[in-house]
Ligand binder design. Structure first.
Ligand code: COA
Length: 378
């Protein structure tokens, strides 16, 4: 079987940076108006007044300090609370394809590759903007890549699941170079009117270029991370749901609008998922014969700072230095499947050739994916 290496990564970041204070100010205005509009029902006890959000709570509970969104104005408008996106014609590149192309170009440039070198494109993300044709096929055409392309969705774990697909395709000889893309436009699925959900997410798109080692640049040229192994696991849970789907218009009774957006039992997710992830990583590393103390860096899914500290501490059996498990929540918030790849993209300096590291995602499903890496060359 061919050895597989990551030779480039890319990141698209929207221009619209939103601080916690800006988000809280918008939701506070919207909440006060809602409470005023429903004062009679609230007084009668037919509904309860909505609580005001707090920036202090957000930072303390999650580690999220800021996020980027595709349309800041629409998100912060207290009368709208969602992005305002121009409807594009069928002859125009779709928004998700556009951000994929931007991230892909950076990954290709980093690896010194042309789009025509690519013969498989996998788009993995939590929400696809349409059913078909696949966004991945649109990206393939826009880039001028060859071969085949498809979309897939395993929510926050879409990147690691797509990486395993890419690695398998390379090892089996179905492709020679695979682009994995994660266009996460989470502001489309975020309920900005609910204080328990409004702060969680941010938008971004990541790209990872996978190649067979025998096809990659000659030794000594360009960065390369060998994929030593991948492992995926899923276990059904209703604690994170988004029920938006093509049967919604047929269902009776119709669903509540909030059911068609992201929702979760956050506390329960944290309690259940942390031990699962730590154990998953321990066993994956043990089976690969890699002692945990040899792991130089953990690029974990970015949902909650406390969760990442807990997972890293459980795995390594000690307090973890911030640089050992980099966090991007302060700037990007939770970007779903893109999160661990953003951490890898921005914080992989200082690791020497031959040293080990782990990329790991987890989230809705539940789903967990881990990718064991060894740096081959700088
Ligand atoms: N501002 C102020 N208060 C808020 C608030 C906000 N924006 N959002 C929630 N609160 C309140 C809650 O209403 C609750 O109030 P109550 O005690 O009166 O009922 C209180 O804060 C505590 O809420 P809780 O949900 O228990 O907080 P938490 O410490 O569990 O933190 C998360 C919430 C979402 C940050 C945390 O649970 C989390 O990150 N979980 C993991 C999520 C995850 O990994 N998801 C994966 C899918 S992406």
């Amino acid at each position: 079987l061919s050895r597989v290496v990551i030779t480039g990564t890319g990141l698209f970041t929207p221009e619209g940076g939103v601080t916690n204070d800006e988000l809280v100010a918008s939701l506070t205005t919207a909440t006060q108006r809602w409470n005023e509009d429903h004062s009679a029902e609230i007084a009668r006890g037919d509904c309860t007044a909505r609580d005001i959000p707090s920036s202090k709570f957000i930072l303390r509970a999650s580690g999220v300090g800021h996020r980027y969104v595709i349309d800041k104005e629409g998100v912060l408008d207290p009368t709208r609370m969602r992005p305002r996106l121009r409807k594009r014609g069928e002859d125009e590149l779709s928004l998700q394809a556009e951000i994929c192309v931007a991230a892909a170009r950076e990954a290709l440039a980093q690896a010194g590759r042309e789009a025509s070198d690519i013969d498989a494109v996998v788009v993995g993300c939590s929400n696809l903007q349409r059913a078909y044709p696949a966004v991945a096929i649109e990206v393939q055409a826009a880039l001028g890549a060859r071969g085949f392309a498809y979309d897939m969705n395993v929510a926050c774990s879409s990147a690691t699941f797509a990486i395993q697909n890419g690695v398998d395709a390379l090892r089996c000889g179905h492709a020679r170079r695979v682009l994995v893309l994660n266009p996460e436009l989470t502001s489309g699925h975020t309920n900005f009117e609910a204080r328990e959900f409004h702060f969680i997410f941010g938008d971004a798109c990541t790209a990872v270029l996978l190649e067979r080692e025998d096809d990659a640049a000659p030794a000594g040229v360009g960065e390369a991370w060998e994929v030593l192994g991948t492992r995926l696991v899923t276990q059904f849970s209703n604690n994170i749901r988004n029920d938006a789907g093509f049967l919604n218009r047929c269902e009776e009774p119709a669903r509540e609008p909030r059911e068609l957006l992201f929702r979760q039992n956050g506390r329960q997710v944290a309690n259940e998922v942390c031990p699962m992830v730590a154990e998953h990583l321990r066993v994956h590393l043990a089976d690969a014969g890699i002692p945990v103390e040899r792991v130089k860096r953990l690029w974990l899914h970015q949902a909650n700072l406390g969760m990442n500290r807990t997972i890293a501490k459980t795995l390594l059996g000690r307090e973890v230095l911030p640089e050992e498990a980099p966090v991007i929540l302060d700037e990007y918030a939770n970007t779903s499947s893109a999160g661990s790849v953003i951490a890898f993209h921005k914080h992989r300096g200082g690791i020497g050739a031959g040293e080990h590291a782990v990329l790991c995602s987890f989230g809705a499903g539940y789903s967990i994916g881990s990718v064991l890496l060894r740096k081959l060359r700088d």
